[in-house]
Design a binder for this molecule. Structure first.
Ligand SMILES: Cc1cc2nc3c(=O)[nH]c(=O)nc-3n(C[C@H](O)[C@H](O)[C@H](O)COP(=O)(O)OP(=O)(O)OC[C@H]3O[C@@H](n4cnc5c(N)ncnc54)[C@H](O)[C@@H]3O)c2cc1C
Length: 416
C-alpha cells in the first residue's frame, strides 16, 4: 500500500473521451483527488452512448450523448479538443494532431478502435451512424409481400457479437408483428449463441432464437459476400436477399507506441504499455481480445488505481480481472448476462444482475451515466434481489450485494 502527499500533483494526460477515457478520469478523480492534475484530450466534444443505437430502428431506444466538458468540469480536468498523434516516451511528451507538445507524468491512451466493413456487400452496423440505414431496410422488408431471406453475419475475429443478436431478435419481432414472411438466419463462428457467456446463457438465447424462427448457423466464418451469396470458410455459400454484418475492429497506431499487426497495443494487468514507463492503455485499443465497454471500464479502473497509488493515494492497486456483463435487448424483456471470464461461471436472468442496470457497466461511469442517460430515480430505487451494486459506493473498492438476499447466478430463461 502506498501513501503520503507528493510535493506536487502528478500530471496525467488522458487521450480519448469514450468509455475507457471517461472511466479513467472519473476513477482518478475519485481515488487520487488533488494528488493528480488531469488533462483530457479528445477530437470531438461529446461522449456517445453507442449500445442503445440497436434500439433506434425499432423506436425502443436512442443512442444518447452528452458534452464531455461537463464530465471534465466535474473532475476538475482540463479539456482540449485535439488528438494524440505521437508519443516521445524518453521525453515524456505527447504530440497532438495540431502540433502541441504535452508533457506528462503518466499518459493514458484510450482512443478506441476503428470499425471497418468486413464484406464489400450488405449493411455494416457500426452504431448510431447506421441506425437510419437499418430502419430503411426494416421498412423495405415490412413493405415487401414476397418471401425474402435476411442474413445476420458475425465476421471472424469479432469478439462482441451481442449487438447483432439484438438486431436479429428485434427484427424478428417487428416482422412477425407486420406478418411478413422473412427467412432469418444468424451466421457466426461461435459454437453456440453468445458462447462467451457460457452454457446457460447460450441455452437461453438459443431458445429465444428458435422461438422467433431465427436459424442459427454455428461454427461458420463468413469470408466474403457478393451477388447475394455469403461465402463461408467451410460448407456451401448461403444465399441472401439482404445481409447485415458487424464491423471488424482495428487499432489506430500512434507513433512511438508499440502495436500488433492489427494496431492493438499490448499491456500488462495494470494496463501499462509493454516496455514503456508511465504509459498506459485501456479499452478497445488494447490487445485484450474482447472489445466491450464494460471490459474497457475495468481496464480503466486498473490503470486509474495504479496511477493513483503512484500519486500517493492510500490503496492497493488491483489488476484487471475481466468480468463480462451484457444486457441483451430482445424486443421483449431484456436478458442480463454475466460471466467471470477467468472462472467461466455464466449466469442469465431477466432481472438486473447489476445496479444501476445499464448496458455499459463501469464502477464510476455507470452512476455518472445513469444520471445523464435516463435511468431515472435509480439511486432511490432498491436494487432487485441478487443484483450486485457495481458502482454505487464510490468511496470503496468493494462491490456490494443487494440487501435482499438471493443468488446472483440464478438461471432463468429470458421471457419471449
Ligand atoms: C452498436 C454497438 C453496441 C454495443 N453494445 C455494447 C454493450 O451492450 N455493452 C458494452 O459494454 N459495450 C458495447 N459496445 C462496445 C463499446 O461501445 C466499446 O467497447 C467501448 O465504447 C470502447 O471504449 P473505448 O473507450 O475503448 O473506445 P470509444 O468508446 O470508441 O472511445 C474512443 C475515444 O477516443 C477518442 N479518440 C480517437 N482517437 C483519438 C486520439 N488519437 N487522441 C485522443 N482521442 C482519440 C474518440 O473521439 C473517443 O472519444 C457496443 C458498441 C457498438 C458499436
Amino acid at each position: 500500500m502506498n501513501g503520503g502527499t507528493p510535493a506536487r500533483a502528478l500530471h496525467v494526460v488522458i487521450a480519448g473521451g469514450g468509455v475507457a477515457g471517461l472511466e479513467t478520469m472519473l476513477a482518478l478523480h475519485a481515488l487520487a483527488q488533488d494528488r493528480v492534475s488531469i488533462a483530457l484530450i479528445v477530437p470531438e466534444p461529446r461522449f456517445w452512448y453507442r449500445p442503445l443505437s440497436v434500439g433506434e430502428p425499432f423506436g425502443v431506444a436512442r443512442a444518447r450523448h452528452f458534452e464531455l466538458s461537463e464530465a471534465a468540469e466535474a473532475c476538475g480536468a482540463c479539456l482540449t479538443l485535439d488528438s494524440v498523434a505521437s508519443v516521445d516516451p524518453e521525453e515524456r511528451l505527447a504530440r497532438t494532431g495540431y502540433g502541441a507538445e504535452l508533457p506528462y507524468d503518466a499518459l493514458v491512451l484510450a482512443p478506441g478502435a476503428r470499425p471497418e466493413p468486413a464484406f464489400a456487400d450488405g449493411l455494416t452496423f457500426r452504431g448510431p451512424a447506421d441506425a437510419e440505414a437499418f430502419a430503411r431496410l426494416l421498412r423495405t422488408l415490412e413493405d415487401t409481400p414476397s418471401r425474402r431471406r435476411l442474413l445476420f453475419a458475425v465476421p471472424a475475429g469479432v469478439t462482441w457479437p451481442l449487438p447483432l443478436y439484438e438486431l436479429a431478435l428485434m427484427t424478428a419481432r417487428s416482422l412477425r408483428a407486420a406478418r411478413r414472411p422473412v427467412e432469418l438466419a444468424l451466421v457466426s463462428p461461435e459454437s453456440e449463441p453468445l458462447a462467451l457467456f457460457g452454457a446457460r446463457a447460450s441455452a437461453a438465447v438459443s431458445e429465444l432464437l428458435s422461438e422467433l424462427g431465427i436459424a442459427f448457423v454455428a461454427g461458420r466464418s463468413a469470408v466474403a459476400a457478393a451477388h447475394g451469396a455469403l461465402a463461408l470458410d467451410s460448407g456451401e455459400p448461403l444465399e441472401y436477399d439482404h445481409l447485415v454484418a458487424l464491423p471488424r475492429l482495428r487499432g489506430q497506431p500512434i507513433a512511438g507506441i508499440p502495436h500488433d499487426r492489427h494496431g492493438f497495443v499490448p499491456t500488462d494487468e495494470a494496463g501499462r504499455v509493454a516496455e514503456l514507463a508511465d504509459v498506459y492503455a485501456a479499452g478497445d485499443i488494447t490487445t485484450f481480445p474482447v472489445k466491450q465497454g464494460g471490459i474497457a471500464a475495468q481496464q480503466a479502473d486498473a490503470v486509474a488505481e495504479a496511477i493513483a497509488a503512484d500519486a500517493g493515494a492510500l490503496l492497493d492497486p488491483r489488476p484487471f480481472r475481466p468480468v463480462l456483463r451484457g444486457l441483451l435487448l430482445t424486443g421483449n424483456r431484456p436478458a442480463f448476462l454475466r460471466t467471470d471470464l477467468s472462472a467461466e461461471n455464466g449466469s442469465v436472468n431477466t432481472e438486473p444482475l447489476w445496479w444501476p442496470p445499464g448496458k455499459i457497466v463501469g464502477r464510476y461511469l455507470s452512476p455518472f451515466l445513469a444520471e445523464r442517460a435516463g435511468v431515472a430515480g435509480w439511486r432511490e430505487a432498491n436494487p432487485p434481489a441478487g443484483a450486485i451494486e457495481v458502482d454505487v459506493d464510490l468511496g470503496t473498492h468493494a462491490a456490494r450485494r443487494s440487501s435482499r438476499s438471493a443468488s446472483a447466478s440464478s438461471s432463468s430463461r429470458p421471457a419471449s
